[in-house]
Design a binder for this molecule. Structure first.
Ligand SMILES: [Zn+2]
Length: 270
């Protein structure tokens, strides 16, 4: 089982207005899936009904209701009366009441029956207990990293969140990025405000517009692409630092300060 495993099949289930619940197909048990961040039960239940798949486990990245809200109903509908209990795996946090197993930073999560293995990465910033799951060439990063953007900083500091994003950026460039929301088009408008002459971002904007016009998700992205187009992964780039300094009207001392200015700038950006 390689981290570049090209065979991991992941499909999106849309929830609320712009959330994605990702369903990972087990490479070992055909017809069994793992749901990532099921904020809503109904669309997952409909997808399981359509595909005939069985829900084998649930992975949770953080405690926000739009990521965990569907878990009790899924367990009620799919967990009762079956021989295999559905594991619910996520970060240790009293705000996530349904966990059967907790994971922490830099742990290996093995799901041998399903042929799945992930490294769990602590990525504080959006929330303090936020984790990401990385394995089989795929990254499930919840609301920490979005395509061309990043999550709002509800609980962490700029230093923490910048370090979390750097941790993700250090993973292999081929890693496919499965984020929690479809925010790419709006994020690119901000990215191109920060770096108006970023050719990769301009090119990406064209392909995202085409996908969205066809009703397709812009995701997954790749870390290689994100390192070229995502200003929050580019805080060490002179063009991004210059733009943040111009916005702040002062000199900034290093990438974490640049990150803090970009994040606050984006919060007020329309
Ligand atoms: Zn969130």
């Amino acid at each position: 089982m390689s981290i570049h495993d090209p065979h991991l099949t992941v499909r999106p289930v849309r929830a609320f207005s712009d959330n994605y619940i990702w369903l990972i197909e087990s490479p070992r048990r055909p017809g069994h899936v793992v749901a990532v961040d099921p904020g809503e039960a109904a669309p997952v239940l409909a997808e399981l009904e359509d595909s005939g798949a069985s829900l084998a486990a649930i992975l949770l990245t953080h405690h926000h209701p739009d990521h965990i809200g569907g878990v009790p109903e899924l367990l009620r509908q799919k967990g009762a009366g079956t021989a295999d209990r559905i594991s619910v795996i996520g970060p240790e946090d009293p705000r996530i009441p349904t966990l059967t197993r907790t994971v922490h930073d830099a742990e290996r999560l093995e799901l041998p029956d399903l042929g799945l293995s992930f490294e769990t990465l602590g990525v504080p910033g959006h929330t303090l207990s936020h984790i990401a799951f990385w394995g089989h060439g795929a990254l499930f990063c919840g609301d920490t990293l979005f395509s061309a953007g990043c999550g709002r900083m509800f609980e962490g500091t700029p230093i923490q969140m910048n370090a979390s994003l750097n941790k993700l950026r250090a993973l292999p460039a081929v890693t496919r990025v499965f984020c929690g929301h479809e925010y790419t088009a709006a994020n690119l408008r901000f990215a191109l405000t920060v770096e108006p002459s970023n050719g990769a971002a301009l090119e990406y904007q064209t392909s995202v517009q085409r996908l969205r016009a066809a009703g397709e998700p812009s995701l997954p992205s790749t870390l290689g692409l994100e390192s070229q187009v995502n200003p929050f992964l580019r805080c060490d780039q002179p063009a991004v630092a210059r733009s943040a300094e111009a916005h702040a009207g002062k000199r900034l001392d290093g990438p974490a300060e640049v990150f803090g200015v970009l994040r606050a700038w984006k919060d007020g950006f329309r």
